[in-house]
Write a protein that binds this ligand. Structure first.
Ligand SMILES: [Zn+2]
Length: 431
């Protein structure tokens, strides 16, 4: 082949492997870049950004106040009240607490036929007795929960305030929310409540601020299923009642059946994980226990594979009980399976307008957007096919979910502007 011809063939080959759509790449379409450029030049948006800068110290003060108001799992009321007062002070058409404990603020739009949400979660992972006093080490703030997700809550307040001071009218209604139960056994109960089938408010677009530095554009929902399996028996003396069905022995068999079948299943196909995280039960070394329990976590990005690993788990438990009881033991063990976590999976395509807007807006601040997958409030709308994204809380931080959690206000205002911008892009500016 001649050199020129070789080159042409090579060019054709290169063109052939470039994806035709932006789906699954973090390519940003020109129209969204233009939309962002136009929006940041809008004089009221320029004003809102100035307000965010001038509010920076207040945003940090709100962060400290909220962090020092404890919000343990299932006990978010006290912080919810403080957050509600902050929303009221920032100004909204209506502020209320729903049946489950979420705090909502409605800021009406001019058209009002769509609802765009900006959310952060109220709850932390820390029990009530945890010392949540914020300590300062140089410019670094240290306290459990300071970054995850209290920083998000303080950003939500500042965005609302900035839109009011800059007098921006949006086309869609805006709902600013502090949700309960995002963490652990809370199992997304706040956001699940908002998206329940008979919910009176229909949410069209969901933007969460949760964890991570600026640049995070979380479009994937890592789903999980969690169980507590409890094997029960009569219990008795290890010598005197020897031969009696032993729940620990049955549980051992169950773990063996499950891990064998699950290992085989997960050895190929899209990544799917399983883990026996905790086991317990029994009273003493010389007693046949009356109870043996374990907690199990399974995860997958694929909704189908999550369902399959779940059914492998349940079938393994049942078979283990059956086989154990059919062995030469007196009496029987029984099994109680309690579902303690159910977070759905899914992924939004990168060419979805909200994802494109979040990427284009991130790029506008000179940050390369990263499409990520996580387990956040957005899991629920993502699994329902409703536009949703989770963006970072900005600044720098680390040691989340630990007593040494820290956050540093390094260009923190930039993440607040980003949150405001994405919200405005989704809602449309009317004036
Ligand atoms: Zn969080």
């Amino acid at each position: 082949m001649k050199k020129a011809l070789k080159l042409i063939v090579l060019v054709i080959m290169v063109i052939a492997v470039v994806p035709a759509s932006a789906q699954d790449s973090n390519e940003i379409e020109k129209k969204y870049v233009k939309e962002v450029e136009k929006t940041v030049r809008h004089k009221r948006v320029v004003k809102a950004f100035e307000v965010i800068d001038s509010q920076d110290a207040q945003t940090v003060q709100n962060l400290i106040t909220l962090t020092e108001t404890p919000a343990p799992p299932f006990k978010e009321e006290e912080r919810a009240q403080v957050f509600k007062e902050m929303l009221e002070a920032a100004g909204a058409d209506k502020v209320w607490v729903d049946e489950i404990g979420n705090v909502l603020a409605l800021r009406k739009g001019t058209e009002g036929n769509r609802n765009v949400v900006l959310d952060a979660h109220l709850d932390t992972v820390f029990p009530i007795e945890t010392d949540v006093t914020v300590k300062e080490k140089g410019d670094t703030l240290l306290a459990p929960g300071i970054g995850d997700d209290t920083r998000g809550l303080s950003m939500v307040i500042t965005v609302l305030k900035a839109l009011n001071v800059a007098d921006i009218k949006t086309k869609s209604d805006l709902i600013f929310i502090g949700t309960v139960g995002e963490e652990g056994l809370g199992d997304l109960r706040g956001v699940k409540h908002l998206f329940r089938e008979d919910a009176e408010m229909k949410i069209d677009s969901w933007i969460s601020i949760d964890g991570g530095s600026i640049g995070r554009v979380n479009s994937g929902a890592l789903g999980s299923k969690r169980y507590r399996a409890v094997f029960k028996g009569r219990g008795g003396h290890s010598w005197g009642a020897f031969g009696l069905a032993n729940p620990h022995h049955a549980l051992g068999k169950a773990i063996d059946y499950f891990t064998l079948a699950a290992s085989k299943y997960t050895s190929e196909g899209a990544k799917t994980s399983f883990n026996v995280g905790r086991i317990g039960g029994g009273t003493s070394v010389n007693s046949i226990p009356f109870e043996s329990w374990m907690e199990v976590d399974m995860r997958s990005l694929s909704p189908e594979r999550l369902l399959e690993i779940d059914s492998i788990f349940r079938a393994s438990m049942e078979k283990a009980v059956e086989d154990y009881n059919a062995s030469d033991v007196d009496d029987k063990v029984t099994l109680v399976l309690e579902k303690i976590g159910d977070r759905p999976s899914g992924r939004h395509p990168a060419d979805m307008p909200l994802i494109q807007r979040a990427m284009a807006a991130t790029d506008e601040f000179g940050i390369k957007p990263r499409l990520t997958t996580g387990s956040t409030n957005s899991n629920i709308p993502i699994s329902l096919g409703i536009p949703a994204v989770t963006i970072g809380r900005g600044g720098r931080g680390g040691k989340g979910h630990s007593l040494e959690e820290w956050w540093l206000n390094q260009a923190g205002a930039r993440a607040v502007k980003l949150a405001a911008l994405v919200t405005l892009l989704e809602a449309g500016i009317a004036n």
